[in-house]
Design a binder for this molecule. Structure first.
Ligand code: ADP
Length: 593
């Protein structure tokens, strides 16, 4: 269980509600005020219906007894009709305002999650529980709408309604009004306790839900079918789904029992109030008209109270767990970056750098010392798992070392704002994105505010991508997705698009972390050669396991099991007769065409 989850049950119920309300208020202060005023009018009008009904019944009785007064009865019928129509009109207006306001709020809350996600240290994303936390927070943000609806409805609609009814009933017989309170309190309290159960359920069920969804998506994948692994994943999916259903069922049973107890209490209250109504009528303390009106309203009142308790408050307590997840996510620690990156002098220096991933004690990088002079090309070579990608993430400032220091232009990456660091750098990783957009958009996305066709052509050329009509029939406007009536590029073509995207972005530092696996070794070597020539004034870091591509670099760093085992130029390293030269010999056949 993550720290994030542990905090859930400790969260104060009222504080959470107030926090969400404050955010909702900020999303549209005028809206919330108007909406609440309308809701208050609606609540009062709803109560007024009972009074209008009493007056109508009494006028009808008078009309029957006196055989006259028909006009009065017709007038009262008209008043009753007008109050009912007005109440419904105000209700419609209230719903309409509410819908647009809620859309505004949900947008604002989700925006908060997006902003928060961008302020969390990138290394935290290596921890799978963070993705759970984000999903739970998003669910919580959406459920906050329910909370907002419940709270505003209870305070602005039900409270004026019940206040009206309380005073009305009190004037008829004090016991009638007291019974409303006596029924409401125990039922509301028992619902309040449910909050604990549902907050625990969410913690218990989130990992299983994630697992179930994962197996479900795996079932649909091509590879699963071609490997014949369908039944393997199907079994995993079924057992995880069974577990999911079992836990859900356990909690549903518990909540059902609580619901039943609440209903019994409400029913007892209903019978009690009915008894009081009938006895006050029989004792002649209320008129027949008043009895008829409150008897009619009694159902409405009980249904309304039942709706508040078993729907609104139940939903509120049920969702409180996820809403707390949302609030706890917003409270997660953010990156502290007080300094801005330097404009000049982008020398990168790694001193005694060690690094381990969260949830793992093993050092993936061990005592790395490296100096990358501004404007030079560095190649990082080594076998899979030797730590190349991790190293470039530290060079970029994306991750900070567990011990030791990484400085860029003399500033420690721990203290430098990531935004200001990334402003000057560009990176293309192995798992780059294949955006289902046009070629132009796929490249421009790296610098969304620039529309420079010359730079675009240049980037394409450097990435070795020609605007062949057969591949890109609509030139830059060719859609790169079959799904949207476009073309399907090969792996190698996609890699070149990704490289072009990286190059299009204005940068002083560029990192290419093996986005070239689908490109032939000789072609990759040519591409990097051309690339090194063009980016002479820029700092470039190339990650590759192909020696032929590394030889153009000013400095080659050879990684082995998280350490630098050799460092130097191609010629130095060949003379060394170490790991590099062995790799060079083993791979030489790749380059003899
Ligand atoms: P390379 O780029 O040379 O293939 P990596 O930097 O990707 O190497 O990985 C170095 C080591 O770090 C590997 O042993 C890998 O298993 C481990 N590693 C990579 N990512 C993570 C992660 N998110 N959590 C834990 N260990 C990781």
């Amino acid at each position: 269980m993550s720290n994030f989850q542990k905090k859930v049950s400790v969260k104060n119920f009222v504080t959470s509600i107030l926090r969400v309300l404050k955010m909702a208020f900020k999303a549209g202060p005028l809206y919330i005020c108007i909406n609440n005023v309308i809701a208050i009018i609606h609540g009062l009008l709803y109560g007024l219906i009972t009074l209008a009904m009493q007056l109508f019944f009494e006028s009808v009785i008078r009309c029957i007894q006196n055989k006259n007064g028909l006009n009065e009865a017709i007038f009262m019928a008209f008043v009753l009709f007008a109050v009912v129509i007005l109440a419904h009109t105000v209700n419609g207006l209230n719903n309409f305002m509410g819908t647009s306001y809620f859309k505004k709020v949900v947008g604002a809350l989700n925006q908060k999650i997006n902003i928060k996600s961008s302020r969390i240290a990138p290394i935290s994303y290596e921890n799978p529980s963070l993705l759970d936390d984000i999903n739970k927070a998003t669910l919580g943000a959406n459920n906050s709408l329910g909370l907002l609806f419940t709270v505003t409805t209870i305070f602005s609609y039900y409270t004026p309604y019940f206040l009206f009814m309380f005073i009305y009933l009190y004037r008829l017989n004090p016991f009638l009004s007291l019974s409303l309170v006596v029924i409401f309190i125990p039922v509301a309290l028992s619902q309040f306790l449910r909050n604990l159960i549902f907050s625990k359920l969410e913690d218990e069920i989130a990992p299983i839900r994630r697992e179930t969804n994962y197996y479900k998506t795996t079932l649909a994948e091509k590879e699963t079918r071609t490997l014949g692994a369908f039944s393997f994943f199907e079994n995993l999916y079924i057992s995880s789904l069974n577990l999911f259903n079992k836990i859900t069922w356990k909690v549903e049973k518990k909540s059902g029992l609580i619901e039943l107890i609440m209903q019994i209490i409400t029913l007892a209250g209903y019978l009690g109030v009915l008894y009081i109504f009938v006895s006050t009528l029989l004792q002649g303390k209320i008129s027949v008209g008043a009895f008829a009106a409150i008897f009619f309203s009694m159902n409405i009142m009980f249904n309304t109270m039942d709706t508040i308790i078993s729907k609104h408050i139940a939903n509120l307590t049920r969702n409180m767990g996820t809403i707390n997840n949302f609030l706890n996510f917003l409270d997660m620690p953010e990156i502290v970056d007080s300094q801005k990156a330097q404009d000049e002098n982008l020398d990168i220096n790694l001193k005694n750098v060690c690094f381990s991933y969260p949830n793992s004690k093993k050092n993936v990088l061990n005592d790395i010392n490296l100096n990358i002079e501004s404007g030079k090309t560095i190649a990082i070579v080594g076998e899979n798992g030797s730590g190349k990608t991790t190293l470039v993430k530290l060079i970029l400032g994306l991750y900070t070392p567990t011990s030791g220091n990484v400085t860029i232009g003399g500033l420690d990456t721990k203290n430098v704002s990531l935004k200001s660091l990334f402003k000057k750098s560009s990176a293309v990783f192995q798992n780059f994105q294949k955006y289902k957009m046009t070629l132009l958009e796929n490249i421009m996305i790296s610098e969304i505010n620039s529309d420079d066709s010359e730079k675009m052509n240049d980037s394409l050329k450097k990435a070795g991508l020609s605007l062949d009509e057969k591949v890109f029939p609509q030139n830059y406007d060719t859609m790169l997705s079959r799904e949207f009536d476009g073309v399907e590029l090969s792996g190698g073509q996609w890699q070149r698009v990704a490289i072009a995207r990286g190059l299009y972005r204005t940068h002083d530092l560029i990192i290419l972390d093996e986005p070239t696996a689908a490109i032939d070794p000789l072609e990759e070597a040519n591409l990097y050669k051309k690339f090194a020539e063009i980016s002479k004034v820029k700092t470039a870091v190339i990650v590759t396991h192909r020696i032929g591509s590394a030889r153009i670099a000013d400095k080659i760093v050879v990684m082995d099991k998280g350490q630098i085992c050799e460092i130097g130029t191609h010629d130095d390293l060949i003379d060394n007769c170490g790991k590099y030269s062995n790799m060079f010999l083993a791979q030489s056949k790749w380059y003899t065409k």
